[in-house]
Write a new protein. Structure first.
Length: 274
């Protein structure tokens, strides 16, 4: 398929958009369970096998979503050419006399809109990954974004810079992109936010099964205490344990927002069966 990003766009993401959040992550507060972890052994590598696996899973999704955003515009967008997968994957064969490209203007493969979608998804996913990096294993439900106000400010600044190159002339011409409409931003958000859900699931596995630290000992002690308590007290304690330390203000803000975003009508799923 046509290239999703060009060098100047990648330089913008690496040098400008990612720079502020990466610096702000240096002001992260300590993890909530830092005192319950055993000391690191001197022979332990900086990046463990599990952490490398996490990076690999998230990285694969970032790449797939970035390329998928460009493909979405070609194949499913209501204002796009609605190409088939064959036409998109064999775009170099496009010509006026080619029967497989009947009714397709070959100039559509040079449109800046798919690159704009890919760049916007990449930038938004990087901002989501910055939120994921607030803690290695703690959930955003317990360490909400405002745990590091510098990071919140850096994300806002990075997104403002992205809006700048999208909507302020002549920057869109320089970066070979075009302003996005609201329906297109809905697709960008729907493609970007799952990276948070994926990392939350991986953090849950790390906390409870891969790198539990002293948490298992604490749970065993709690089970011993629950055996001497009544049935209702034991059930209440087991149910309330995962809820300890949850930032309910973050839940009340994020849950309705996510429900609203994913309830908005979009043609994002058309890429799979049209």
């Amino acid at each position: 398929m046509p290239e999703a990003l060009i060098p100047v766009q990648l330089l913008w993401v690496n040098l400008v958009t990612d720079g502020f959040p990466a610096t702000a992550l240096g002001f992260n507060p300590p993890d909530l369970d830092i005192m319950s972890r055993p000391p690191r052994t001197p022979k332990e590598p900086l990046i463990s096998g599990w952490l490398f696996c996490r990076y690999l899973i998230i990285g694969c999704y970032v790449g797939a979503a970035t390329v998928g955003a460009a493909a979405w515009w070609f194949m499913a967008a209501h204002d796009g050419p609605k190409l088939s997968f064959y036409q998109l994957s064999h775009y170099l064969q496009c010509s006026e006399g080619h029967s497989d490209f009947a009714g397709v203007q070959c100039s559509v493969f040079e449109s800046p809109y798919p690159m704009t979608m890919a760049l916007s998804v990449l930038v938004t996913i990087e901002m989501c990954n910055a939120l994921n990096s607030l803690s290695e294993n703690q959930s955003l439900l317990k360490m909400p974004p405002w745990s590091n106000p510098w990071l919140v400010g850096a994300i806002c600044l990075s997104m403002a810079l992205h809006f700048l190159i999208l909507y302020v002339d002549p920057l869109p011409v320089i970066f070979q992109i075009r302003p996005l409409s609201w329906p297109q931003w809905v697709v960008v958000l729907k493609m970007s936010l799952p990276v948070i859900f994926m990392d939350e699931a991986l953090k849950y596995l790390a906390r409870n099964y891969i790198e539990p630290g002293n948490q298992l000992l604490e749970e065993e002690e709690e089970l011993q205490r629950m055996r001497g308590a009544g049935l209702m007290e034991a059930v209440t304690a087991r149910v309330s344990r995962p809820m300890r330390g949850v930032s309910w203000s973050f839940v009340l803000i994020s849950a309705p927002l996510l429900a609203w975003i994913y309830s908005l009508d979009s043609d994002i799923t058309n890429i799979f069966w049209e």
